[in-house]
Design a protein around this ligand. Structure first.
Ligand code: FAD
Length: 462
């Protein structure tokens, strides 16, 4: 089995022993992943194309893998499938940073943090920020259409992509590497690959939009008594800070208490315990503007009106990092607590307060004492609604009922059952149940048109 791949890709491009393939075989949360027949590590677009042609000849499937940080099992082999993993790890060159056009031309295997470090020396930034940025790759971020904490201000990954190069399932190469914002030459093909989770081909290169790096930032962590107050403050910040508002991230006392218990090096940032905490950040590239002054003015009014109960403004880079760490380590605190059920949903901002208020009583009827930990991105209504069982207990077989109740509520308020993590294999059944027949038909037909033999990452999305 391994010989033709080894012949094609050489010893550094093909791994087939179980010792070598093990690190690639399971997903980040260790929930999914059949053993692959091998792991291909092509070094060029032409090698990716030749690998896909070989897979077609041999009749085996291909699962593209980036940093393997996806949270729905998209980057590993689906149950019952026989296939290889194609890792982009060796395709990690930053080809060009164009400071005047404010674009970067990169291989798909470039790690997000490496891109951020490279553009920083040009006084630029790539506006995507998420907890997995030390491992997640540009190709994976495009294939999942990642969001993160800056999405409210700059949009999701698809908004950052100008051009793409993709190897299609039959091994042909689509060269869509055009650095254009305006390119209305028919269907927006580059958009099709954003969020396709590797089902339409392997993304090999991209041209990305960059933004001016902030010259100054102001960050605060605020304590609020309810979601309604958070939303009111969020709206006020948008009015008064305009495009300086780059993040509005929330979490709750349940999550913070778990985090401080399991990561004792972290400190409670304010004396007054919340029920809710809002991390806000203003940033600007304008040298003449001072976001700290503006934030102080807005917060003074917010304290006076009673919207904010307590808060702290970061006075140094270290303090800013410590505040962000509380938000970013939220999933880690809950992971260390033991069994959990994760939900990545979005609800219209206007329904967010109702949604959060309804969840705990609704879920307590199914499992009394269940601990509900909502946190996420206030500005775009994206809630990570994660559950832990009552202390010293387990979910006692209620997992499916709890999740179903949440998804039904999400749909009833006009929300999305997958906000930014995609579907992978974890949510295929759910999608089949909740997506309209027309959406299902469109997606199935598009995938079948590009990949009639269903060899690209089967078992994901549909
Ligand atoms: P992988 O996990 O390797 O793959 C994900 C999917 O993309 C798979 O379907 C895979 O087949 C496909 N794929 C990968 N590379 C390619 C390619 N070159 N061509 C075609 N298909 C490809 N996500 C958010 O959106 N926002 C967050 O705030 C966020 N925070 C996170 C925090 C932590 C701690 C962790 C572990 C994850 C977080 N994620 C978040 C999820 C994850 O980081 C993103 O989904 C990310 O985009 C995955 O990138 P990756 O390179 O690891 O892709």
């Amino acid at each position: 089995m391994s010989d033709p791949f080894a012949e094609l890709l050489g010893s550094s491009g093909w791994k087939s022993s179980s010792n070598e393939t093990r690190p690639y075989a399971r997903d980040w949360l260790d929930r999914f992943g059949e053993p692959p027949l091998g792991v291909a590590l092509p070094a060029t677009t032409e090698e990716v194309a030749a690998t896909l042609r070989l897979c077609a000849t041999l009749g085996i499937s291909v699962t593209p893998q980036g940093g393997n940080t996806g949270l729905n099992g998209g980057s590993v082999i689906s149950a019952g499938q026989r296939g290889i993993i194609l890792s982009l790890a060796r395709m990690n060159r930053i080809h060009e940073i164009a400071p005047v056009a404010m674009t970067a031309t990169v291989d798909a295997g470039v790690i997000l943090q490496a891109l951020n470090e490279a553009v920083a020396s040009h006084d630029l930034m790539f506006p995507l920020h998420l907890g997995a940025e030390g491992s997640a790759q540009i190709g994976g971020l495009i294939a999942t259409n990642a969001g993160g904490s800056l999405a409210m201000r700059y949009g999701m990954m698809e908004a950052q992509v100008l051009g793409l190069e993709v190897v299609l399932p039959d091994g042909s190469i689509w060269d869509g590497m055009r650095a254009l914002i305006k390119d209305n030459t028919g269907l927006q093909l580059r958009k099709l690959f954003c969020g396709a989770e590797g089902r339409l081909g392997v993304i090999t290169r991209a041209i990305l939009k960059l933004q001016p790096a902030p010259a100054a930032q102001a960050t605060a962590l605020l304590v609020l008594s309810d979601v309604e107050s958070m939303l009111r403050l969020g709206a006020r910040l948008r009015h008064e800070a305009g495009d300086m508002l780059t993040a509005a991230e929330f979490f709750c006392e349940t999550g913070l208490a778990m985090l401080l218990h399991h990561l004792p090096d972290l400190r409670r940032p304010v004396e007054t315990p919340g029920p809710f905490y809002l991390l806000v950040e203003l940033a600007t590239s304008r040298k003449s503007a001072d976001p700290k002054v503006l934030l102080a003015e807005i917060l003074e009014q917010a304290f006076e009106s009673g919207n904010v109960v307590d808060g702290v403004v970061a006075s140094s880079a270290a303090q800013r990092a410590a505040l962000w760490q509380l938000r970013e380590e939220m999933p880690e605190g809950q992971r260390r607590e033991g069994p959990q059920i994760k939900h990545d949903v979005a609800v219209p901002v206007a329904r967010l307060a109702d949604f959060v208020a309804l969840t705990e009583p609704m879920l307590s009827k199914i499992l009394p004492g269940v601990r509900v930990n909502p946190f996420g991105h206030l500005g775009d209504g994206n809630v990570h609604l994660n559950l832990s069982p009552p202390p010293d207990a387990d979910f006692a077989g209620t997992e499916a009922m709890l999740s179903q109740a949440i998804y039904d509520l999400v749909v009833s308020v006009g929300g999305s059952f997958s906000a930014e993590h995609g579907l992978g294999q974890a949510k295929v059944g759910l999608a089949d149940h909740l997506r309209s027949p027309i959406e299902r038909h469109l997606m199935t037909a598009l995938i079948a048109a590009v990949d009639p033999d269903a060899r690209m990452n089967p078992g994901k999305i549909v």
